[in-house]
Design a protein. Sequence first.
Lengths: 305, 515
Amino acid sequence: MTRTPDTAAAQRPAARRRKPLFVKWAMDTGWRHVVAIAVLVFGLVPIIYVVSAAFNPNGTMSSTNLLPTSFSLNNFQKLFTDDNVPFASWFMNSLMIAIPAAFISIFISSLAAYAFSRFRFKGRRPMLLFLLLIQMFPAFLAVVALYLIFGNLGEFYPVVGLNTRLGLMLVYMGGALGVSTWLMKGFFDTIPKELDEAATIDGATHAQIFFGMILPLAAPIIAISGILAFVGTMNDFVLASLFLTDRPEMTLAVGLKTLTAENSPASYFGIFAAGTLLTSVLTVAVFMSLQRYIVSGLTGGAVKG
Amino acid sequence: MLDQRSRTAGSATAAGLIIKIAVLAVVAALAVWAASPLIAAEAWWGLALEAAVVVVIFYVYLQRRAIQLKYLIPGTMLLLAFQILPVVMTIGTSFTNYGDGHRVDKEQATEAIIAAGVQQTPGGTTYLVAIGEDPAGELTLLLTDQADGSTWAGTEAGLTELDGATLDDTGRVTAAPGYTVWDLAELNERQAELTALAVPTGPETGIKLQGLSAFEGQSTRSYSETCDCITDSATGTVWTADDDRGSFLDEDGKAALVGWRVNIGAENYLDVITDPDIRGPFLGVFTWNVMFAAGSVLFTFAIGLGTAMALNKESMRGTKLYRTFMILPYAMPSFAMLLVWAQMFNRDFGLINDLFNLDVNWYGGTWSARAMVLIANTWLGWPYMFLICLGALQALPADSLEAAKIDGATGMTAFRKITLPLLLIALTPLLISSFAFNFNNFNAIELLSGGNPFMAGDAVGGTDILITYAFRQAFGSSSADYGFASAISVFIFLIVATISAFMFRFTRNQEDVYS
């Protein structure tokens, strides 16, 4: 906790009044550090605990302390060798569901966003409003109906029925549409329409304008909506737990829950923590690399309103 | 403007044309693939629907007038199928008695009751049985004919041939595509459902379970259309159909185990008001639901704002470092961290009891469980609040704060009179949507407490919110009541819609988004 430049500058002419200056620093900046550190402790304790549990050689909860006492990769090893814990396939399942679902739904949303942003047609306003409304009802509220729909669908098309990854993917794709269409429409609106007009005069078709000009220009917002859809899908528990019940078919969220204390022997706690840590590496890396965009994306909406 | 011009200049390039033809060819191929099972099952309505979809797609991409449709169609179809249809179906189901005991139609229910009276006839077919669920989640007998080894799947709706089943040495089915086969533990757990199950095979014949085998035989029961009733000639019991309730009732008014699906009007909704057994728990759940959502928003906002105020000073060192670490809880996968928090509150070895030297059974008492859920949910939510508060603080007009300073307002006064009101104006929409999100925060409750604590004999847990309550009604271990669960979902829809409407009124300048 060093002195800030302006207090340091003010210190020279009044070097004798050292104590009041410290008080002033504490009033001005010091308390800020105190608050920040206090909140950080609250924020980081569970994360440190997970790290400590993951590297704890015993793997039981009773032998895990907040700060690690010894180090071993035992739990990570078990994560990939224990027959009861098909962690690698859970990880793959999550990725294989979340990545295509995010890609396809973002592509479809960008198509719709282009139509809403660049064309004027009858029913445009009601459709936009409706989209805003429907996205406030998360897909899992209709979970009973989804369960029945896919139960019926499975009788005709076993590939998309319950207990299939494709079926779950379809639900996720539908769920992400509303939000990302709105997000992208907002961004497309900021791309000057004069660009479209110039391109049209040069003989470009609407498809060429969209794929050749709008999509590349909108790359940042596409990345953000894609990541939001991806993270949302990764974190879903309710639909995944209902759709995928065979152990090797589960996603990370459903699979990791089976390793917790009420479902598994005590020694699985370390394995659970190791799995959590590996899952986190993925999302934390994504967040940290896009920190700037995410912060401005979140606050953009707030400050504009 | 644009659409008019592209109408004249819209002649597609060669590459575009090829792509278009390729995409339409894929659509056509998919349509043929999708049609064959529908034809095989003689599901003509499904086929008509499918044909209509294909016609619309072809029309939209071959016409040249309404170009926007080409961009809207994929999203619209996906939205219709997986968002709007489920919502409509939920509303429809909420007016029925659909659930365990009321899954099938009347004819199938009649057959099932008759089949339940089946007595073994000498020389009748016998089967080896495995038990499980079919792709739709219905209880199914997976049968192997002991005479010729053919495999069948039987539900209370009837018998269908089973293809591609895996058999063990004795000939019992161990796996079949699309079906889940239960192990012994699950069999024991669901014994009660099994004894009631019978598979109808003809007007008065059926297959009945006996241990781990089954036999086909003649029923002692018969249905008569004149009295709309079923008579058991062996016991003399008469069940009369009650079309309002979807059940066959015997002389004492006791319903037979299998009923059928009927429209019961607003009964699922009225039950909440009139049935004291439901009203009490429901009101409790609702109150806690509001408290949970409001508490989550309040605590996360308080901590987030406090931290943002603290870090909102340019001359302060280390703000960047602080911020990076503060985003960390937000960047961790939330489902995993919820599970970690659940472990941290473990009574015997959990970190919280360890650190503070407590011996609290967090899951045991309603209020300790509620406190736990709120603490963990606050941890998950405050970094988000911190980020948006910091963004909003930095965007505050500097001149009004400056003016306040000149007028002598400093510290708390300036914060209370200037900063906070300005912040609230900017952040209210986000606070409301955070409330709406937490109102339906299924993950937080299900993964943290699973609804615990459950008092003896109660179907509702102390930390259950409406959405987890509905989920338990539909998919919990006790019998499924899809109708009632759907009614609760609709109720939640209405609340969220009201909140959203309020939000729209609040942010009128949303309007200029449409321009």
